[in-house]
Ligand binder design. Structure first.
Ligand SMILES: Nc1ncnc2c1ncn2[C@@H]1O[C@H](COP(=O)(O)OP(=O)(O)OP(=O)(O)O)[C@@H](O)[C@H]1O
Ligand SMILES: [Mg+2]
Length: 567
């Protein structure tokens, strides 16, 4: 059984395809979504979902909300004496919803499609796959959340549509434009912001309320623990209430002032709230216009607007979006479930189509195809600090591009390459994916060596980088996904685990001869032994062997793609 998981900043949902219909799987409490909250109690035991949220009111220091925004960071989070990485925390959430699904379906869950924001960084994507693996899944794929929402909406529809998905959840915003017909989806453009969502609005509203209360009481309140505790829960509740009422109140009891306890109250109207968040919403409107233009849809060229994410329930969101995009069909039936449903459809129909048992299912899934796009420009820094894109935003993925680099001084034996994501012409204003060094270049006059650096983005949106000498075709030194390389034992271990996965993924989609396939299988088997042995020398050796195989696979895939493009 393969399921679709929406691992959200605030809530996590899980769904499966039941015949032709995607269905949400309720958790062990019967709820259709599970709060993305984790706590570790005094005994070090993990609490996930509702129990963790309840525990948070008495043990805020042992609880974490919104771990999704930390995915890809190399920090660890302490819960008393327990320390966990963001991947390990997300793994607990994935494990919990998969356990609930197993109990509900009576079937073991080994594979999942996990939805991620279209504008999730490379590191965050790798961390999400790692989280799935740590949760015990043997097969993990990613899909972009707005793309999943479109698939849930247009599932099986024979009509050709131009769809705009406006996805505003708890932590992220994306807008994606795509064409669909008969289960064939082509994403045309995607824009977004990784740090804009319901939590942003909560924090804006909280600042406003604290300022009002401070004026009333005449002393600073922002660091007051009692005030913080009360606002934690009441702000979000008040915000949600303003979606159906014009006015709401926030009460903060037992605040000490002039030696006595006061009960403070603050009223906030919908008009005030709208005013507070308006400039952030206008950013989303600007991005919709840009995405629609980049997609080649004209202003009225979209026939369908799909809303996804709980923050779309805010009335002003809908009125601003509606004014910007005049789509005759608008859909907002289940904005906090639609992503999990779409991920489930994609999992079963697009990834499992060959395994369909009945003729009817085969017909339904024949031709199911998804082409998504790269959400960021991927490029390199030049010697003078300028930035040049190599793989531009909105390139259909998977994609591969090669850039040839050379030396700037005579007999130079190494070149440093700085890989970045972003739009700015100056490298330092973009987001660095990592620097790596190509060493062992044959001594020659400057400008003579030619080294091909191969950049590829796979269908999970993850970047891979490899390099080879263009003249001799010899591998110089290959570095794949620079952030995964490291010198300490733990990162060598993790790097080999990640490389095994990358080789498997690439091997699956590349046509190779039997000899090379056997070679790959041997390297993978040896690498697995190295992983269990934990021997640092053995791990480092197999790391190099895997990188070499990966480079060859990338080269084969690249030539296939070149043929395809030239055809
Ligand atoms: N009626 C409502 N009015 C305003 N906001 C709402 C309403 N219902 C839910 N929200 C907000 O929607 C957000 C949760 O939405 P959702 O579950 O889609 O997000 P998520 O999937 O956890 O986040 P993301 O997709 O950004 O990672 C929360 O910030 C919540 O406060
Ligand atoms: Mg979401």
């Amino acid at each position: 059984m393969i399921v679709g998981v929406d691992l959200g900043t605030t809530n996590t949902g899980i769904a499966f395809l039941d015949g032709d219909t995607a269905r949400i799987i309720p958790n062990d409490r019967g709820n259709r979504i599970t709060p993305s909250v984790i706590a570790f109690d005094e005994n070090g035991e993990a609490l996930v979902g509702e129990p963790a949220r309840n525990y948070a009111s008495t043990h805020p220091d042992r609880t974490v909300f919104g771990v999704k925004r930390l995915m890809g960071d190399t920090l660890t989070i302490a819960f008393g004496s327990v320390q966990r990485t963001p991947e390990q925390i997300s793994a607990c959430i994935i494990r919990k919803v998969c356990d609930d699904a197993q109990a509900y379906l009576g079937e073991r869950i080994r594979a999942a499609v996990i939805a991620v924001p279209a504008h999730f960084s490379d590191r965050a994507r790798v961390a999400t796959i790692d989280a799935g693996r740590l949760a015990g899944l043997s097969e993990v794929h990613l899909i972009n959340e707005p793309t999943a929402a479109a698939i849930a909406y247009a599932n099986d529809s024979p009509r050709k549509r131009n769809i705009v998905v406006y996805d505003l959840g708890g932590g992220t915003f994306d807008v994606t434009c795509l064409e669909s017909k008969n289960n064939d989806y082509t994403v045309r453009s995607s824009r977004g912001k990784a740090d804009l969502g319901g939590r942003t609005f909560d924090s804006i509203m909280r600042t406003h309320v604290v300022e009002k209360l401070e004026t009333e009481i005449g002393r600073p309140l922002r660091d007051d623990p009692i005030v913080s505790h009360h606002l934690e829960e009441s702000i979000e509740r008040a915000k949600i209430e303003l979606s159906s009422r014009e006015t709401t109140g926030i009460a903060v009891p037992f605040v000490s002032a002039s030696g006595r306890a006061m009960h403070l109250e603050c009223e906030i109207t919908r008009a005030q709230f709208d005013h507070l968040i308006r400039s952030r919403l206008e950013e989303t409107i600007r991005l919709i216009r840009l995405a629609v233009q980049e997609a080649g849809f004209d202003r009225n060229g979209s026939d369908t607007l799909v809303y996804s994410g709980g923050s779309c329930r805010i009335p002003i969101v809908q009125s601003l979006v509606h004014a910007a995009i005049r789509a005759p069909e608008q859909y907002m039936a289940n904005p906090d479930e639609i992503v999990a449903l779409g991920a489930a459809v994609y999992a079963e129909r697009f990834l499992r189509r060959n395994a369909s048992r009945t003729a009817a299912r085969r017909t339904a899934t024949e031709g199911a195809r998804l082409r998504d796009v790269a959400a960021f420009n991927l490029g390199v820094e030049l010697d003078d600090g300028r930035y040049v894109p190599v793989l531009p935003r909105n390139t259909p993925i998977p994609a591969t591009r090669t850039r040839t680099v050379t030396t700037v001084s005579d007999n130079q034996s190494a070149v440093q390459i700085h890989v970045l994501q972003g739009d700015d012409g100056t490298a330092e204003n973009n987001h660095s994916l990592g620097r790596f060094v190509l060493s062992g270049i044959q001594k020659a006059a400057r400008g003579e060596p030619r080294i091909d650096v191969v950049f590829s983005i796979d269908e999970n949106g993850i970047t891979h980088i490899a390099a080879r000498d263009a003249k001799t075709r010899a591998v110089q030194k290959i570095v794949v996904a620079p952030h995964r390389t490291g010198t300490d034992k733990k990162s060598d271990h993790d790097r080999v685990v990640a490389l095994i996965r990358d080789v498997r993924v690439l091997l699956e989609k590349t046509r190779v001869d039997a000899d090379f396939e056997r070679e790959c299988a041997t390297v993978i088997a040896d690498a697995e032994k190295a992983v269990s042995s934990k021997d640092p020398t053995y791990l480092a050796e197999l790391g190099v062997a895997l990188e070499t195989v990966l480079l060859e696979l990338t080269t084969i895939l690249e030539s296939e793609e070149a043929r395809f493009e030239g055809a």
